[in-house]
Design a protein around this ligand. Structure first.
Ligand SMILES: O=P(O)(O)OC[C@H]1O[C@H](OP(=O)(O)OP(=O)(O)O)[C@H](O)[C@@H]1O
Ligand SMILES: O=C(O)c1cc(=O)[nH]c(=O)[nH]1
Length: 178
């Protein structure tokens, strides 16, 4: 089995939940994918890093991150997977709102100004979260080369509207969901 197949199986086994849920956008859904159950799983996180690096291998970026919290373990998994392959990749965290004390940074980590960055998410349904990160990154002077999520759940049209390249190893159909 490939990393891609292995990760899909882990997502099906550990992250998919059925029930009645309110999503980040306020929409309701009969199923939810709690990808934190795989991105924070010590056995699976390295797989997440490798699959996301493979999915974006043709893109030129040297830092990765997104809106906290779902994006954070995706970005650090990629940082570590890149290091294991001998490649330097920085990570960053975009806060949901400005910080009023300390250094008052909206984007934590090495500076992103003037750098080519990849905006990531664990999943995107409306694209609202990842596009909030894109907006903050652009305001900080970064060039967003693309958006990448583990699971595309409906955000593709919205991301395309922004003229952004969008990568995702899996979509809803891979889970057998509507
Ligand atoms: O494409 P969207 O409609 O924005 O939905 C997807 C977002 O929802 C989840 O995060 P959530 O808002 O639950 O916040 P959290 O990461 O802080 O838990 C998920 O991690 C994405 O960030
Ligand atoms: O749209 C969301 O909020 C959402 C959907 C989903 O399947 N998983 C998740 O973490 N968030």
């Amino acid at each position: 089995m490939s990393d891609r197949d292995d990760l899909l199986q882990e997502i099906k086994d550990k992250a998919v939940v059925h029930g009645d849920f309110v999503l980040s956008s306020g929409r309701r859904a009969s199923w939810y994918v709690d990808l934190r159950r795989v991105t924070l799983d010590g056995a699976v996180a390295p797989l997440v890093g490798r699959v996301m690096l493979d999915e974006t291998a043709d893109l030129d970026y040297d830092a990765v991150g997104g809106l906290t919290l779902g994006a954070d373990p995706v970005a650090t998994a990629m940082l570590h997977a890149a290091a294991a392959r001998g490649r330097r990749l920085d990570a960053f965290v975009v806060r949901k709102s400005d910080k009023a004390h300390g250094l008052q940074r909206r984007i934590e980590g090495p500076d992103v100004a003037g750098r080519r960055v990849l905006a990531v998410e664990d999943t995107s349904t409306t694209g609202g979260s990842v596009l909030t990160a894109v907006q903050a990154l652009r305001a900080a002077g970064a060039e967003v080369v693309a958006v990448a999520t583990i699971l595309e759940r409906g955000a593709a049209p919205r991301i395309a509207e922004e003229g952004l390249e969008y990568r995702h190893p899996y979509s809803v159909a891979d889970l057998g969901m509507e």
